[in-house]
Write a protein that binds this ligand. Structure first.
Ligand SMILES: C[S@@+](CC[C@H](N)C(=O)[O-])C[C@H]1O[C@@H](n2cnc3c(N)ncnc32)[C@H](O)[C@@H]1O
Length: 382
């Protein structure tokens, strides 16, 4: 048994030795080669019994190795080799061990073997579709229930009105590749930018409030990963110079835009009249957001994606369906609606203290308390 420098215990993994300092990608490469060789041997078996005992041996060795998906980084790959996650390989091996015919066993074996040598992507992200089972942590359902907000690393949630880092995290994994350009037109505390850095994506943020922007910039500058350091522009997204945005990306169009505007006047973010949260009414808010969307489309690649994160609001005892109003506005643009995601909504710190009062108000007023918001995902029509 040996201790890998990253802290994980590795046992009996052929070729991985004590104090192994190889990078994750080299370990992945090594594991692929080992697995390919073992699978080829198992496939040469002449009967089901021999094949299963070879598969059983591979399974035991993998289990004993304690190399996990956590170690084998499935996102930051360069695609010189396919990705791999041990848990899903183990489940593929289980499937083979459960079959009753040689024909079926060979079918599953060949499929597993192919997935260890061949990469298939949709061209939009780095997900290897041949190993789709590896991506258990990537959401494909339209209901996002985050048990709790990710507060790891630089995500310390200091900003009132920020969003959960899991939102940009999920969006970037689905709609960008490593090195792609991402833009956030309402950057706030830089949640998108920090997450872009974590995932090796280039990013630019636009934020109106200089106090917030400077604090965010200082935070970003204090972090590592200099190759993917985000850029922050202090400006009004309704009138930002889009040529500047393209200049920063070296002329490359953005593959993903994330828009998390104020939910009209629910939180007033500043005293600046250009702040969307100070829009005189909902119609004006939607019109101003429309200008932001138009600017975004000027820098968004054809086939790129734009995600709007927004919730509804109550006014005079009635719901104002802000989310759907903005969605309708965006449907008038060259955008195809790909998904309407509903995500759970943390009650704000203020409301949490007065939950009983809100329950009373809901019962008395005949309404339901908001527990959700939306992520509308659109594709820029080619
Ligand atoms: C809901 S917050 C975004 C929070 C961000 N997602 C985060 O995690 O910190 C909306 C942000 O939009 C900014 N904002 C409002 N009007 C703006 C405008 N016209 N141009 C650029 N930013 C604006 C506000 O200052 C605020 O920081």
């Amino acid at each position: 048994m040996s201790q890998h420098p990253e802290g994980k215990v590795i046992r009996d993994m052929p070729g991985i030795t004590a104090g192994d300092s190889r990078s994750k990608s080299n370990l992945t490469r090594h594991l692929q080669a080992w697995l390919r060789e073992k699978l080829a041997t198992a496939l040469s078996a002449s009967n089901l019994e021999d094949l299963k005992s070879s598969v059983q041996a591979i399974r035991s060795q993998l289990e004993a190795s304690q190399v996990s998906a956590e170690k084998i980084d499935i996102y930051r790959n360069d695609f010189a080799y396919p990705t791999i996650a041990i848990e899903s390989v183990l489940s593929d091996l289980e499937q083979i061990l459960a079959v009753r015919t040689m024909e079926r066993a060979k079918y599953y074996m060949l499929r597993l073997q192919k997935s260890t040598v061949e990469v298939k992507t949709n061209g939009i992200n780095d997900i290897n579709l041949n190993r789709w089972k590896d991506y258990g942590d990537i959401y494909t359902d339209s209901l996002w229930l985050f048990p709790k907000r990710d507060r790891s690393g630089a995500h310390n949630a200091w900003y009132w009105g920020n969003f959960a880092p899991q939102i940009p995290h999920q969006l970037m994994l689905r709609y960008t590749r490593k090195g792609d350009w991402v833009i956030d037109m309402f950057a706030g505390s830089g949640t998108t930018l920090i997450e872009a850095m974590n995932l090796d994506r280039n990013s630019v943020g636009v934020e109106l409030n200089p106090d917030i922007a400077i604090r965010t910039k200082n935070l970003i500058d204090s972090l590592g990963n200099a190759s993917f350091r985000p850029r922050l522009i202090i400006d009004d997204s309704t009138s930002v110079n889009t040529s500047d945005l393209l200049r920063i990306s070296g002329g490359q169009k953005y593959r993903l835009a994330i828009l998390h505007p104020p939910y009209h006047d629910i939180i007033k973010f500043s005293e600046d009249a250009r702040d969307l949260s100070l829009s005189a009414d909902v119609q004006m808010f939607v019109r101003r957001l429309e200008s932001v969307v138009s600017n975004t489309l000027k820098v968004l690649d054809a086939g790129g994606h734009i995600a709007l994160v927004i919730g509804d609001k109550y006014q005079n005892g009635e719901i104002v369906p802000l989310g759907f109003m903005c969605m309708n506005m965006m449907l008038g643009k060259p955008l195809a609606l790909k998904s309407i995601v509903v995500k759970n909504y943390d009650s704000t710190r203020g409301k949490r203290g007065s939950q009983d009062l809100w329950k009373y108000r809901a019962l008395a007023g005949g309404f339901y308390l908001f527990k959700h918001e939306y992520v509308f995902i659109f594709r820029h029509r080619v």
